[in-house]
Design a protein. Structure first.
Length: 160
């Protein structure tokens, strides 16, 4: 999203520069003495160019907005299959096995297997005071929903 914000700010800077230069040129055009057809043609060319540039900038602004919305949508779909598990001890070497064990025993879901977990790792820096949360991304939303449903039915010592 930082790249998108940079793109949007550079587009706004471009708009400001173009606006300033066009205003300066328009002021010079109005201040100069009118010389028949060449002055009129130059003014009409300037206004046509100005309208074209503003149309292009409006189109660019819309494309940036659409891109931001698409990125947000993709990010939300990516996060949709994930759950955070809290309370799994730090002493565990293989976090994935600990999560599977917790799901199968504590949440009473023996059908959940390691193949249904795409990603499993701890978040944050290691601390002696508390155990870090574990991010688990499931292969499908339905698996995640099943785990969440069972976790929401009661407290099992591990917070999901």
């Amino acid at each position: 999203m930082a790249l998108l914000a940079d793109l949007k700010s550079s587009q706004e800077e471009l708009e400001a520069q173009l606006s300033k230069r066009m205003a300066d040129f328009e002021a010079q055009l109005r201040a100069s003495s009118p010389h028949a057809d060449s002055q009129t043609k130059l003014a009409s060319d300037f206004y046509a160019f100005r309208d074209l540039v503003w149309g292009l900038l409006k189109n660019m602004r819309q494309q940036i907005t659409d891109c931001a919305n698409s990125m947000d949508s993709m990010e939300m779909r990516y996060r949709r299959k994930a759950l955070l598990f809290n309370g799994i001890p730090e002493s565990v070497d293989n976090v994935s096995d600990a999560v599977i064990s917790t799901i199968q025993k504590s949440l009473e879901l023996p059908d959940i297997e390691a193949s249904q977990i795409v990603l499993c790792h701890r978040l944050g820096e290691k601390s002696d005071k508390r155990s870090r949360p574990v991010l688990v991304r499931f292969s499908t939303y339905s698996v995640r929903a099943t785990v969440w449903k069972n976790a929401a039915q009661g407290y099992f010592g591990v917070i999901v």
